[in-house]
Write a protein that binds this ligand. Structure first.
Ligand code: HEM
Length: 474
């Protein structure tokens, strides 16, 4: 508009907005990422869309998303924090934070994930131990159909528990079950139509049941976490940290003893960072695993090939991370699952840290930006058959695994998923071990064609409710 466009060049094009509603009438709030993919066909790879009164710049396609998030990592590297998450996190923690506090918490969490989690023998052992418990639960169903959601989420959540608290919980523990179930509900409600509307028109807040429900769950979970932290504090031994919480408490104590009372190491950051690790680390990995099992039940000929490879290469012993390089087909199936499942379709909103001219368009400092990961994972110029499940996307003619640059389910750049290494280790070990022990199939009376791949609506894209049979292979 006016002088700013003359000075800086034009803003990214887009559909004409209505007052107040913006482009709301054009957006399918049940599948916003699909509307945005369609709009990009008309307006190009950088375009403006008005989400109610919020002006958002959308980045579409592999080349553009990569150019923005990687080549202009600083400019596109802040988080866009919506009303709902601001209300929950208040700028603390990692996922919905910015500035020095974000930087410090992210760095500290990464160091601790390395020490207590990924990249180390310790985390492999933790995951393998958890697989034994999960397998037991699957076996108890004796091949009868069941919903895999809870057992898988409990198993995956326990990996974060081990890293954060230093111990796992029994699946039968009612407090543990409640925390995991509630965290899951927060994430699902977080993407609901009513919360999306709340983020456009905050005055709707008091009217919305979903918001009340989210706040109640958040409060309960926070109390639970604070109690666990209190227990750890009472038994703290600075010489022997059991997990993330211990090392946070030790750092906090050290800073306080040296007279530094204004550090970022305070209780709010501790609780919100722990909550972030659970929320970001449980639902995502669990959902991806459930997509994997569902796809195996739907495509039995692919499942056969995975199982043939596992039997041939590792037989019946426990799979280890180092086996991955010898299991190219299985690895390709896991990558293809993540590509097609597309569980975080618009990443998490970013904002620009300064004015920038990008691909000839002027984008103002503080503009909200959606990196449209769907348009990368299904980019027609990068993938042979973008909309079908095709493990050959990740295999060469000799059946060797090939990396693909447009494989970007964890996003990229300054805000790239902090748990990528851990998630990849979990996906490989859980998936391989489950396929080694069980054959997955639809419930009796349901055909493979009946199995529905339409995701249900949420902050992450999860499979629609379904049951599977896990028939023991041994
Ligand atoms: C952020 C995907 C597992 C912790 C993200 C983002 C994506 C993502 C797309 C947003 C990046 C952006 O803003 O551009 C996934 C997927 C996972 C997974 C697909 C599993 C299959 C995990 C795990 C953890 C984790 C296991 C924890 C250990 C985080 C955190 C952030 C994040 C803390 C926020 C980073 C920041 O704002 O600086 N993840 N994630 N994620 N993820 Fe993950």
């Amino acid at each position: 508009s006016g002088s700013s466009s003359e000075e800086h060049g034009k803003e990214p094009p887009g559909p004409r907005p209505l007052p107040l509603l913006g482009n709301l009438l054009q957006l399918d709030l049940k599948r916003p990422y699909q509307t945005l993919c369609e709009l990009s066909k008309k307006y190009g790879s950088v375009f403006t869309v008005h989400v109610g009164p919020r002006k958002v710049v959308v980045l579409a396609g592999y080349k553009t998303v990569k150019q923005a998030l990687v080549n202009h990592a600083e400019e596109f590297g802040d988080r866009g924090i919506n009303h709902m998450f601001n209300e929950i996190n208040k700028g603390h923690g990692i996922v919905f934070a910015n500035g020095d506090s974000w930087k410090e918490m992210r760095r500290f969490a990464l160091t601790n994930l390395r020490d207590f989690g990924m990249g180390k023998k310790a985390s492999e052992e933790k995951i393998i131990e958890e697989i034994r418990y999960l397998t037991e639960v699957f076996e108890e169903h004796k091949g009868k159909a069941f919903d895999t959601t809870q057992p898988i989420n409990y198993a995956v959540s326990n990996i974060i528990c081990s890293i954060v608290y230093g111990s796992r919980f029994e699946y039968s523990d009612p407090r543990f079950r409640r925390s995991v179930d509630q965290a899951n509900e927060i994430i699902q409600l977080g993407g609901s139509v009513s919360i999306q509307l709340y983020n456009m028109f905050p005055w709707l807040g008091p009217l919305l049941k979903s918001r009340t429900r989210i706040i109640k769950n958040v409060t309960n979970n926070k109390e639970e976490m604070m109690e666990l932290v209190r227990g750890l504090k009472e038994t703290l031994n600075p010489q022997m940290c059991r997990g993330f919480v211990d090392s946070f408490l030790v750092r906090k104590q050290t800073l306080e003893e040296s007279g530094n009372m204004n550090s970022h190491y305070h209780n709010e950051n501790l609780i919100q960072t722990v909550a972030n690790l659970f929320a970001a680390g449980t639902d995502t990995t669990g959902t991806t695993l459930r997509w994997g099992l569902l796809l195996m039940a739907k495509y039995p000929h692919i499942q056969d090939k995975v199982q043939e490879e596992i039997s041939r290469v590792i037989g019946s012993r426990q799979a280890l991370v180092e086996d991955r390089k010898n299991l190219p087909y299985t690895d390709a199936v896991i990558h293809e699952t993540q590509r097609l499942a597309n569980i975080v379709p618009m990443a998490i909103p970013h904002t620009t840290t300064r004015d920038i001219t990008f691909q000839g368009y002027f984008i103002k400092k503080g503009t909200e930006v959606f990196p449209l990961l769907t348009s990368v994972l299904q980019d027609e110029s990068e993938w042979e058959s973008p909309h079908t499940f095709n493990p050959a996307h990740f295999l060469d003619e000799e059946g060797r695994f090939v990396k693909k640059d447009a494989f970007m389910p964890f996003s990229a750049g300054r805000r790239v998923c902090l748990g990528e290494g851990l998630a990849r280790m979990e996906l490989f070990l859980f998936f391989t071990s489950l396929l080694q022990r069980f054959c997955f199939s639809p419930p009796p009376g349901v055909t493979e064609d009946d199995l529905d791949l339409t995701p249900s609506l949420g902050f992450t894209l999860t499979p629609s409710p379904h049951q599977l049979c896990a028939v023991s292979r041994v």
